[in-house]
Design a protein around this ligand. Structure first.
Ligand SMILES: [Zn+2]
Length: 248
């Protein structure tokens, strides 16, 4: 029987399973256990962890826990600079492409409005979700802790807030997206890349007032939706505009 003490830092404490109060958790292990399994057994997916110290030494997820160890588990901190060599995850994924799992539909729309290639899926099995994530090299966004615990998931994030605007801000902070935006370049409905179209091309599909007041239009080649400055910009939540740095 191995005895081990874990200490979780920052908002990782909010992810602990209900039976653990945190920030300190005592565990007893009957079989040799990797630090990944130990941490995830407390409710925290590995995708949310940036640094693990076992008796003050940085270790990998595969590290096998020893008797009486003290394990410290840290989230991604935007303010603290942990040396790259000690991090478990590289902070920046190779591509800012996302796959939003069920219940994150509004977040997916916001990411598309910000210009990020974002697939959205509902009602698929974990295997199908993971296959799509790997095949399209996307960062998985999910509130399903068990799903994010799959070993093959290198880049993922579990939005903490229930509110889509706050979720967007969390993702911008975690993946440092503030300078990577290209607002209104994608279709919020289907993720298509919008193309400029002349007014003449779409004039017969416009309402009279739109026809009168707007001259610049774009269209989604995938679903056919037409956009103009007044169509989604004006209705967009002010807080989202602020996150995207596009002002009122
Ligand atoms: Zn579309």
């Amino acid at each position: 029987m191995l005895r081990v003490t874990l200490r979780f830092y920052g908002d990782l404490n909010n992810l602990l399973f209900g039976s653990f109060t945190g920030p300190t958790v005592e565990r007893r292990l009957t079989v040799p256990t990797s630090v990944k399994d130990l941490i995830e057994g407390c409710g925290v997916p590995h995708t949310e962890v940036d640094l693990i110290l076992a008796d003050n030494h940085p270790v990998n997820f595969s590290y096998l826990i020893q008797e009486d160890q003290q394990v410290s588990v840290y989230p991604f901190f935007s303010q603290i600079d942990i040396p790259e060599s000690k991090r478990l995850q590289k902070r920046t994924p190779p591509h800012n492409r996302f796959l939003a799992d069920a219940n994150l539909g509004k977040l997916a729309r916001y990411l598309r409005i910000a210009g990020f290639d974002t697939a959205y899926i509902q009602g698929q099995s974990d295997k199908e979700i993971i296959n799509q994530m790997l095949g399209e090299q996307r960062v998985l966004l999910s509130r399903d802790r068990k799903l994010l615990m799959h070993k093959v998931i290198e880049y993922g994030y579990l939005p903490r807030s229930d509110e889509p605007v706050k979720q967007l801000l969390e993702i911008f902070r975690r993946f440092n997206l503030f300078d990577e935006t290209n607002p209104f370049s994608r279709c919020p409905n289907c993720n298509g890349v919008l193309q400029s179209v002349s007014k003449e091309e779409v004039i017969d599909q416009l309402e009279p007032l739109t026809r009168k007041h707007f001259d610049d239009f774009s269209q989604c080649p995938d679903c056919g939706q037409i956009y103009w400055a007044g169509s989604h910009r004006q209705r967009l939540d002010e807080r989202v505009k602020e996150i995207l740095g596009i002002g009122g």
